[in-house]
Design a protein around this ligand. Structure first.
Ligand code: MF3
Ligand code: CO
Length: 249
C-alpha cells in the first residue's frame, strides 16, 4: 500500500528534508584531496548531534555508518574508512539520511574531487539531469512508470546505463515504503501518482554496463566492469500542482 501523507506530515518531512539538504551544503567544502571518507563520517556524526536528529542509516540492516561514501567504481553503500583517501580526479557519491519528528529524509549527490576527466563530469551531469527528469514526471495523473521511463531515457540517451539491482522507494515514517521506484521502465505503466505520496527518486548510473557486484563486506556495491558510477537522490512529495522537493535546505 502506498501511504498518503497529510499536509502536517508533509510539513514534518519538509523539516527532515531540510536537515538533509543543509548537510550537503556543509559537507561540500570539506571534500578535497587528502581527506578520508572517515573524516566525512565524523563530520556527519557531529552534524547529527548538532541538529538533534536521529541517524537513518547506522544500524539499518546492520549498516555501520551515518553516510555511504562511494568512490569512482563504487555504485552505492561504500562504508566510510580511515584507509580510503580521496584523491584529485575522483568522483565521490555521498548518501545521507536522517530521522526527525518521526519522519525520514534521504538524499544523495556525487561530487567531483578537484579536476576530473570530461567523461566523469558528463556522467555526473547526466545522472543529475536524469533525477530532475524523473522529478519532472512525478505529478498527479502520471504513473510511477512515467518517472522510471523519464530517468531511463535521459541516461540511455547519453550512452550510459541504469543500475537494475537497486531502486528508489517510498519514504515516510519508514525509510523504505512502497512503492519501489525503479530507474528503468515503461511510461504509462504502474500505479497512479496522487498528492501526498512521498518518494525518494535515486538514479544510479554507470558509465559502462549496468551489472554490479557486492564486495565481501556485504555492502559495497561496485560496477562489474570497473567503470565509474554516479548517484543523485532527492526526497519529494507529490502535490496538487506537481511536486515539491523536500531534501533541500
Ligand atoms: N539512499 C539509500 C537507500 O535509500 C540509503 C540506504 S543505505 C543503508 O536505500 F546503509 F542505510 F542501508
Ligand atoms: Co534512498
Amino acid at each position: 500500500m502506498i501511504l498518503i501523507k497529510s499536509p502536517r506530515e508533509i510539513e514534518a518531512m519538509r523539516r527532515a528534508g531540510a536537515v538533509v539538504g543543509q548537510f550537503f551544503e556543509e559537507v561540500r567544502p570539506l571534500i578535497r584531496p587528502g581527506i578520508t571518507t572517515w573524516d566525512l563520517e565524523e563530520f556527519a556524526d557531529r552534524y547529527i548531534r548538532r541538529c538533534g536528529v536521529g541517524t537513518a542509516f547506522k544500524g539499518y540492516m546492520g549498516y555501520p555508518a551515518h553516510i555511504c561514501a562511494s568512490l569512482n567504481d563504487t555504485v552505492v553503500h561504500g562504508i566510510p574508512s580511515k584507509e580510503r583517501v580521496i584523491r584529485e580526479g575522483d568522483i565521490l557519491s555521498i548518501d545521507f539520511g536522517v530521522l526527525k519528528d518521526g519522519f525520514y529524509g534521504d538524499a544523495a549527490k556525487t561530487f567531483a574531487v578537484g579536476e576530473i576527466d570530461p567523461d566523469s563530469a558528463r556522467l555526473m551531469e547526466t545522472t543529475e539531469k536524469s533525477l530532475f527528469a524523473g522529478i519532472e514526471a512525478a505529478r498527479p495523473g502520471n504513473r510511477l512508470g512515467d518517472i522510471s521511463g523519464a530517468v531511463q531515457a535521459v541516461v540511455e540517451g547519453a550512452g550510459y546505463s541504469v543500475v537494475r539491482d537497486f531502486v528508489g522507494h517510498g519514504i515516510g515514517r519508514s525509510m523504505h515504503e512502497e512503492p519501489q521506484v525503479p530507474n528503468f521502465g515503461m511510461k504509462g505503466t504502474g500505479p497512479k501518482l496522487h498528492p501526498g505520496m512521498t518518494l525518494a527518486i535515486e538514479p544510479m548510473v554507470n558509465a559502462g554496463g549496468w551489472a554490479v557486484k557486492v564486495q565481501g563486506d556485504g555492502w559495497t556495491v561496485l560496477t562489474r566492469d570497473g567503470s565509474r558510477s554516479a548517484h543523485f537522490e532527492h526526497t519529494i512529495a507529490i502535490t496538487e500542482e506537481g511536486n515539491e522537493i523536500l531534501s533541500i535546505p
